[in-house]
Design a protein around this ligand. Structure first.
Ligand code: HEC
Ligand code: HEC
Length: 324
């Protein structure tokens, strides 16, 4: 999603020239006051929240310390939520920091109300009212049900506070102004009915961000007609992986994969939770969060499979582990 912002840039410069800087710099994100709410801290909500944080919504992926020397760079529990500065090589428009979201009062979000946390997660508005850089996938999390987002916050409230001072995100001009248009209110979101397998699958695919990584981008925009068709490169140092085509195309996608094979493709990695995660090798390098997603239930993976069968098949052959 952040890549889309890069293309806003060219159009944005024109807006500035035409509309005048005054308007743009005064523009405020579309925000409502945070809800006055205190989430219920029961054992069930905390368990559900931990599951969302570490498995389905993979908050770990950006906000926790990760062991990049291991297969799929799994999160390190002792560094959960501590935040970090995004590396320069990602080519982001400025210095982007995934903040410390532990309850540390000084360097984390310990002083925030629960309502402010929920607003940041679903609506992309910071405590101070600023628009968050949409690399934070709040446009997806806007679909998260009230029950789920409250459970998530209940769990976040139980994280050990980690003192980790980080700089604030500093975006380049004019991206810093343009993102003001991205936040949008998201309130009263009902839970999905899990008997509606397709709807549940769509929900899981949305909050897990499958589309972000599996849709190829061109000039910062997702390529129209190529949803879930793969081809986005991911690099770490000299290692490279390319996201797979997960549309139902039978030649180049997952059209020939049975539901059982799909479920096994994920759950095979459960063994590493017991045996230890192996060191990453150039040929096994990936940033697909396999260790997190391997913990999804058979029912969830089955719902995801059901939904992915309904997306448009795209013939697009991808080499996921290219030889460098
Ligand atoms: C793809 C990376 C990514 C993922 C996944 C992600 N975040 Fe973020 N998050 C960010 C970035 C980057 C920022 C800071 C944006 C900025 O400073 O403008 C952020 C900001 C936040 C903030 C605001 C904190 C502050 O101090 O302003 C909260 C709260 C937050 N994220 C919670 C979460 C939760 C909870 C999840 C999982 C449901 C999550 N994030 C998933 C990248 C991510
Ligand atoms: C952070 C980026 C990222 C996210 C998020 C992500 N993927 Fe992936 N995925 C990849 C990459 C890169 C590969 C190719 C390398 C590999 O196989 O691990 C891949 C591979 C796969 C494969 C293997 C296909 C094959 O034929 O071997 C499947 C299936 C898959 N992803 C499904 C999903 C689903 C479903 C989701 C959401 C629940 C998802 N991915 C989320 C990056 C991602």
């Amino acid at each position: 999603m952040w890549k889309r912002i890069l293309t806003f840039t060219a159009a944005g410069v024109l807006t500035l020239a035409a509309g005048g800087i005054g308007y743009v710099s005064l523009r405020q994100p579309n925000r409502m006051p945070a809800e006055a709410i205190q989430v219920s801290m029961t054992k069930d909500t905390i368990t559900r929240g931990r599951y969302l944080f570490t498995v389905v919504a993979d908050c770990d992926g950006c906000h926790s310390l990760r062991d990049t020397g291991k297969f799929s760079a799994p999160a390190v529990a002792s560094g959960r939520g501590r935040g970090w500065t995004m590396p320069k090589e990602l080519g982001l428009p400025g210095d982007v920091v995934a903040p410390n979201i532990t309850p540390d009062v000084e360097t984390g979000i310990g002083a925030w109300t629960d309502g402010e946390k929920i607003r940041a997660i679903r609506e992309g508005v910071g405590r101070d009212g600023r628009a968050l850089f949409p690399m934070m996938p709040y446009q997806n999390f806007a679909k998260m049900s009230d029950a789920d987002v409250q459970a998530l916050v209940a769990y976040m409230n139980t994280l050990p506070a980690i003192r980790n001072p980080l700089p604030k995100t500093r975006l380049d001009f004019p991206v810093n102004y343009l993102i003001a248009g991205v936040p949008a209110p998201a309130r009263n979101v009902p839970a999905v009915n899990q008997e509606d397998k397709l709807g549940w699958g769509r929900y899981l695919v949305t909050i897990a961000g499958c589309g972000h990584c599996h849709t190829p981008m061109q000039k910062g925009e997702p390529l129209p007609g190529m949803e879930f068709a793969g081809g986005e490169p991911f690099r770490l140092g000299t290692m490279k992986a390319v996201s797979a085509n997960i549309t139902p195309d039978t030649d180049t996608g997952i059209g020939k994969m049975s539901e059982a094979e799909f479920v096994e493709r994920f759950q095979q990695y459960r063994k590493y939770a017991v045996t230890g995660v192996p060191d990453v090798k150039p040929e096994s390098f990936t940033l697909m969060p396999w260790m997190a997603f391997s913990r999804m239930s058979r029912e969830e993976l089955s719902a995801i499979y059901t939904y992915l069968r309904t997306v448009k098949p795209v013939h697009h052959s991808v080499e996921t582990h290219p030889v460098n």
